[in-house]
Design a protein around this ligand. Sequence first.
Ligand SMILES: Cc1ncc(COP(=O)(O)O)c(C=O)c1O
Length: 408
Amino acid sequence: MSTKAPQGKQPDEIRNDFPIFTAHPQLVYLDSAATTQKPRHVLDAIRDYYERNNANVHRAAHRLATEATVQFESARETMRQLIGAASTSEVIWTRGTTEGINLVAASLRELQCERHEILITELEHHSNIVPWQQLAAKIGGELKVARITSAGEIDLDDLDAKLGDKTLIVAFNHVSNALGTLNPVTDICRLAHARGALSLVDGAQAAGHLEIDVGAYQCDFYALSGHKMFGPTGIGVLYGREDVLETLPVWQTGGEMIERVSFEATSFNRLPYRFEAGTPNIAGAVGLAAAADYLQTLDRAAANAHEHRLLALALSGLQQIEGVRIMAPDAPRSGVLSFVIDHVHHQDLGTLLNEQDIALRTGHHCAMPLMTRLGVAGVTRVSVAPYNSEEDIERLLNALAKARQLLA
Ligand SMILES: Cc1ncc(COP(=O)(O)O)c(C=O)c1O
């Protein structure tokens, strides 16, 4: 069955592709940074896979297994193209960004290396902090943290000053989930490589908005989550540069990742399979490839411009509301805008907005150290996707103005 959607969709046509808005016509969904809604194209692809092709991959001689394997591996090729990797050997299926980062951290733990410092930034999600903290503790190393500027951007001078010949890896996000800051990926990777360090980009918030090109960034690793780019939950991709992956010890072990096993010793499979132990999330991979196909059917430039317009509308509207403080208002951003309102607790605000069918997220956004750095307990986050409309933002602004009067 061909599930290809028509080409070059404009923002006003996109909303109809998402059945959730038929089920909830009044819903204002401004929580796409937590997870995006799923287009029919993805739902159909998953259903079609289970109804027509379901079998385990790579092992059996029968026809269905061959079809499932072809579909699974062609999904890998789709993702390779989407992110600009040179080879499918560099595309490892994971459960998501968190697992991708953990894979690299766990593997580096086994690597005998002179370098023991790990450099992250104040902007990171817990998923890009805790695995490195654990790694530093295990290898007797040090976790260093590059500061952000008062504008909410990574301070590149501070980052450069904290890099050295003991730095093993620099791990940072492409787009901040809490502030929306769009970070200069290529520049940071260049700084890391100039000191002989590896670089890992947490692309969780970027993959649904930006056209990713790991080759242009010259990063060693790039981790993303399918569910934040219109795909299903429980599937993601870790890109790893082939020559770097070749040097990395395996992490999870078991079936699929082996070449030969005896009770005395095991030899491991080639890339990318040696990092994929056990039966993979086949339907998830198929669904994620359908999401990648769906993204390609959009007019990406128009979708991006539309999101920027919505955020600009939100920004100027919020600035009219008394007591509102926008986080990083002038930083280059993608998809996200966060704010606090004086004397209004973010949780109360979230509850009031929910009563008006406005879904957004309030709190620390899995970035507690960043909240501490900003001196706030939490923020309210508006996150957009191409299916949002100007009307969504207007309803949000009206509801916020009313909520402020009630709560402040
Ligand atoms: C910047 C960032 N990194 C990592 C993650 C973790 O992603 P996942 O829970 O899909 O593994 C998130 C999720 O919100 C995120 O926004």
